[in-house]
Every structure is written in structure tokens, then in C-alpha cells.
Design a protein around this ligand. Structure first.
Ligand code: ADP
Ligand code: MG
Length: 580
């Protein structure tokens, strides 16, 4: 085993004599490459600057941001879209904390990512003596992420990277925190010894094969159903088993309902799509097969409108997820690919018992609802509302189905999700399980970098505010990203009224007259300011075709949008009529 020549705090300033000597930072880069990671997102400073330079020198891509949280959102989106952990690099203390928000969000959403943060020298942190950016980062991270490790010795870096990698992608994916101390990053070793430490893990994401009994039970229940439905979640999208899902749905003829980030796994306009019949599925289905979807708040935790007699089959990798809200009649614990393989095999020759009126009923209900919805989008209201603007956005995005759609806001999120049909898997990324704001620019960058595809981010003006400065990152890296800002001048809308007398803006009021296009101009993007649906259609068509950084400021009416969008019921009853 190789040994460090210098690994005490005092030795970290000693420069290695290249090319025969290297530091822990070189080992880190090589260890990441050995697990197949080719991109790092981050923001540098003491003590990790040289990690990023080293990554570039060794042929990796380093995407440098203006805020760590956005770099983390990019890494998380990279992880969701590629099934490989996205990597975030942060500095100590505040940089670490800013990034941790994204790593925690990734954990909640089951996206694989690894946050690597430099941390200050241990001794004065542990003795609370007050040191530069001193914070016990490992213990802060624990509890918020799937796994957290600290590395103190450069010889341990490859092991730590492999452990972080395995933890991020195996079982239920999630965010992992890797703490590397300053002395460890700076420790000097002979390059030959360092190179010998690097290894590639064998079978880092092993299959989890479901038991035969669980598959048998699930198939029996599914076949017995009169009104079955398949509910697809983002775990199904993540699994990248699109053909098997299509085979299951088309061979059984069971209608499907996609959660927002599973949209496009099957085309939204597929004859078996029940996307416009959510209530009917909830109220009437007698057997619902959940594939990579949790029965959490987004599905009323299995209560509310759901048929109390309905039974659930759940394809899930995490055993303790089962029964957490409602008893599950047929859990199938395995990775979705193995579970679908087993289910498809067992379904051979099995007769379905579906009520012959079930699918036609959903289809005619959908037809009526879709026509009514479309009418709403076709009214060319000026000043624009969310709906009249989305009429144009829908036309352009549906003509360009390979564009990845990033979406956040309140009304902007809900209305865009409902309006824009998706036709390809993993082409929609949004604020997901936590329903958070502030993922837009980071996710757009992660999607563009990870896939090389064009991206359109449809943002509420409030949502854009959280990450807007990283529009400059889109420009610096010349990414094919168009940011569309729906400006109604506020959180929810721009007509809030301060109930006091001090003349300050209301808490929900932002800047309805702001010209966000000027912000884009500052960084060299192509920009547009549009006030009519036709102008928006032309601008977005041009922007997408350009494959360059573009920003479109969409002027909406200040009164377009309602409090909290579709989830206003979560706001405690307001005593003040705040939008009089
Ligand atoms: P949605 O919000 O779209 O309903 P969720 O994030 O609630 O989706 O659920 C995704 C579920 O998928 C999680 O419970 C996660 O454990 C599970 N999952 C993720 N990847 C896999 C996989 N490869 N195999 C099986 N289950 C998976
Ligand atoms: Mg707004």
C-alpha cells in the first residue's frame, strides 16, 4: 500500500514536484474517472479550486456556476437523466450548505448525485477553536442525505468515491455527501503510488430480483381486475425500461396515468392515456399498479378520492415504502427492470378480465375534456394570461418533441404541465416531490450538459428569481437553452395589496414591469420581449431553432394566476383578502 509523504496540516502548503508527485486532488479526479464520471458541476474557492483545474487537465468537463445550489440542481438532473450520479463540487461552510439544499432535494426525489465538499482542518473544528470556514460538515449533512462519508487520508479517496458512487445509484437512488478535508486534498504522494490506488467497482448497481411469489400475486390480482390502471412515476422514467413499460401497457390494454415527470414515457396522446381522467382512475379503478411512484401527497396518500375498495400493486425497490400510507395488496420488491421482466413473463397466456366499457369510457371522457381544454388555450387574450401564453408554448414544444422541458413556478408549473403534451421519456424535469422553487437554471444546465439536447425552461417570474443569475452560466457555456419567463409580477400573481399603511409592496408582489430580457442582454443572449401569443410563438420558434442561449420575457397580465396555483388548499385560511 502506498503511503503519503506529507499529510499533516502543516504540509499542505508544500507544492508537489510535478510530474512525479501529485496531491489528493489528482487522486480524487482519477477516482471519479474510474467510476465513469466525466462532468463536475460546482463553484470553486478555497480549498477545492485546484480540483476543478485538475479535472479539466485530465479531460473532464467542469461546469462552473454562480451559486452552488444551482450547480447541485444541475448535478441532480444529470443523475436523473443518465442513471449515473451527477457530481457537485463545493467549498467549505456556506458553499457546502448552499449545495446541500440540492443534495437533500435529490435525496427526496431519488436522484443519484454526489456532493463533494472541501472542509477545513479537523482539529480546530472539533475543538471549536474558530477556524477559516470552520463547520462540522459531515454531521450537518448526515440525516439530510442517503449516505455521508469523510475522507482524511489521500490513500482512502478511491475507496470513498466508490462507496459514494455505490450508495448514490444502488437500491433507491439518492444524494450522497463526501467530505474531504483540506489536508487530505493537499497531501502529496508519488504519482506512481497514487495511480496504483485507483480501482473500478464490480457490479456497483446490482439487480434486485423480485420473489416469484410476489410476481405471481401481482399478476393474479391484475388479471382479476375489472377496471385496472397503471400509474407511472418518475422512478419508472429513471429506470430507462421504456420498451418494457410500453409492452406491459399495450399487451394488457390497461390505461395508464403518468405523474408529471413520467409524462412522455408513453406519449400523452396514446389511446390508453388516462391523463385527462385522473379523478375517474382514482374513484373507479379496482386495481392500480404503481410503477416507480410513491403513494405520497401528490396522490392524496392513497385516500381522499381514491376508491376505498381499490387494491394496489406496487413495483418498488425500497421495501419500507410499502404500506406507508395505505395497505398494498401486492408489493413487488425489485428494480423495475427485473420486476417488469418477471411480470411480462408471467403474464404470457394469462387472460385479462377487464370490463369492456372501462377503456372506451376513459377515452370518451378524455376526448370531451381535451377539446374543452384546448378551447381555453386558443383564446388569444391580450395582455396575456398563463393560458393564452401556453397556447403558443404548446404549439412550439409539441412541434419539437425532443426538446427537454424544465418547468417551475406555481400557476406556471401547473398550467404548463396540463397544457404541454410530452411524447418522449425523460423530457420533463420539474420541481417534483417537494414542489420547491429554485431549480430552474440549474436543471436546465444539467439537462443540456448531460444530454447535449436543446432545453426550454418555462419559469414563473418568482421562480426565476431564485436561480436567475445562473442564466449567465447558460451563456458562458453557450448552451442550447431558452428560458421563458412568465411575468405576472408576483408570487402567484402581481395584484397583492399590502394591508398595512407603510406603502411597501405586498409580500407577494414583484416587478410586473421588469424587463427580464435586459438581464439576458447583459450576458450576450438573444432576447425577446413579447406581449401577444403570436409574438411568443415566433420568438420561441426562433429561439429553439437557434440552439443558442435565449431569454424570452413574456408579459402577462398582473391578475393572471391564483394563490398557490392548484394547491391553494394547502395555505391556511387567510384572514386578509390579500388580493383585493
Ligand atoms: P412520482 O413523484 O413521479 O410519483 P416518486 O418519486 O414519488 O415518483 O417515486 C419514485 C419511486 O421509484 C421511489 O419510491 C423510488 O424508490 C422508486 N424507484 C426509483 N428507481 C427505481 C428502480 N430502478 N426500481 C424500482 N423502484 C425505483
Ligand atoms: Mg409570477
Amino acid at each position: 500500500m502506498a503511503t503519503t509523504t506529507q499529510n499533516t496540516p502543516a504540509s499542505t502548503n508544500a507544492a508537489p514536484s510535478y510530474p512525479n508527485q501529485v496531491t489528493g486532488m489528482y487522486i480524487l479526479v482519477k477516482a471519479l474517472q474510474a467510476v465513469g464520471i466525466d462532468t463536475i458541476y460546482g463553484l470553486v474557492g478555497i480549498p477545492v479550486t485546484e480540483v476543478a483545474y485538475m479535472a479539466q487537465k485530465e479531460g473532464m468537463r467542469f461546469v462552473s456556476f454562480r451559486h452552488e445550489q444551482q450547480a447541485g440542481m444541475a448535478a441532480a438532473t444529470h443523475g436523473f437523466l443518465t442513471k449515473k450520479p451527477g457530481v457537485l463540487l463545493t467549498v467549505s461552510s456556506l458553499g457546502f450548505m448552499n449545495g446541500l439544499t440540492a443534495t437533500t432535494n435529490a435525496t427526496v426525489n431519488c436522484y443519484p448525485m454526489i456532493q463533494i465538499s472541501g472542509s477545513s482542518v479537523r482539529e480546530p473544528i472539533d475543538l471549536e477553536q474558530g477556524t477559516y470556514e470552520g463547520l462540522d460538515q459531515l454531521n450537518v449533512a448526515k440525516g439530510l442525505v442517503k449516505a455521508a462519508y469523510r475522507v482524511n487520508k489521500p490513500e482512502d479517496i478511491p475507496t470513498a468515491v466508490v462507496r459514494a458512487y455505490r450508495a448514490a445509484i444502488s437500491g433507491r437512488p439518492g444524494g450522497v455527501y463526501l467530505d474531504i478535508t483540506t489536508p487530505c486534498l493537499g497531501a502529496v504522494m508519488d504519482k506512481a503510488d497514487a495511480d496504483k490506488l485507483i480501482f473500478t467497482p464490480v457490479d456497483p448497481c446490482p439487480s434486485v430480483v423480485p420473489s416469484d411469489a410476489s410476481v405471481e400475486r401481482a399478476v393474479k390480482l391484475l388479471a382479476s381486475a375489472k377496471k385496472p390502471a397503471i400509474l407511472l412515476g418518475k422512478g419508472a422514467a429513471y429506470a430507462q425500461v421504456d420498451d418494457k413499460i410500453k409492452q406491459l401497457i399495450e399487451s394488457t390494454g390497461i390505461p395508464f396515468y403518468p405523474m408529471s415527470m413520467a409524462k412522455g414515457l408513453m406519449p400523452d396522446n396514446h389511446p390508453l392515456s388516462a391523463i385527462s381522467a385522473r379523478s375517474t382512475i382514482m374513484e373507479e379503478a379496482d386495481v392500480v399498479m404503481l410503477i416507480g411512484a410513491r403513494l405520497n401527497w401528490l396522490l392524496s396518500r392513497g385516500h381522499g378520492k381514491w376508491n376505498p375498495q381499490g387494491q394496489f400493486i406496487q413495483l418498488e425497490i425500497q421495501p419500507e415504502e410499502i404500506d406507508c400510507n395505505r395497505p398494498i395488496a401486492a408489493p413487488v420488491i425489485g428494480d423495475i427492470e427485473s420486476s417488469l421482466d418477471a411480470i411480462l413473463a408471467k403474464l404470457q397466456g394469462v387472460k385479462m378480465n377487464m370490463d369492456p366499457t372501462w377503456v372506451p369510457g376513459i377515452q370518451s371522457e378524455s376526448k370531451v375534456k381535451n377539446a374543452k381544454f384546448l378551447e381555453r388555450l386558443q383564446v388569444p387574450t391580450v395582455p396575456m394570461t398563463h393560458w393564452s401564453a401556453l397556447g403558443s408554448v404548446k404549439k412550439v414544444l409539441e412541434a419539437n418533441p425532443d426538446v427537454i422541458l424544465i418547468n417551475e413556478g406555481a400557476n406556471t408549473l401547473d398550467d404548463t404541465r396540463d397544457s404541454v403534451d410530452m411524447f418522449l421519456p425523460r423530457h420533463r424535469v420539474d420541481c417534483a416531490t417537494w414542489a420547491i422553487m429554485g431549480m430552474g437554471m440549474g436543471s436546465a444546465i444539467g439537462a443540456a450538459v448531460a444530454t447535449g439536447k436543446s432545453v426550454v425552461a418555462v419559469e414563473g417570474d418568482s421562480a426565476f428569481g431564485f436561480s436567475g443569475m445562473d442564466f449567465s452560466t447558460i451563456c458562458r457555456f453557450n448552451l442550447p437553452v431558452t428560458v421563458v419567463i412568465f411575468n405576472n409580477g408576483g408570487i402567484y400573481n402581481g395584484i397583492g395589496v399590502n394591508p398595512g399603511e407603510d406603502g411597501d409592496p405586498a409580500p407577494t408582489t414583484l416587478d410586473v414591469k421588469a424587463r427580464y430580457d435586459k438581464l439576458g442582454e447583459a450576458f450576450g443572449a438573444t432576447t425577446y420581449y413579447v406581449t401577444t401569443p403570436d409574438e411568443l410563438f415566433t420568438a420561441l420558434t426562433e429561439a429553439v431553432a437557434s440552439k443558442k442561449p435565449c431569454l424570452i420575457d413574456v408579459q402577462l397580465a398582473a391578475d393572471s394566476g391564483k394563490e398557490s396555483g392548484h394547491i391553494g388548499y394547502l395555505n391556511p385560511a387567510t384572514l386578509i383578502p390579500f388580493t383585493v
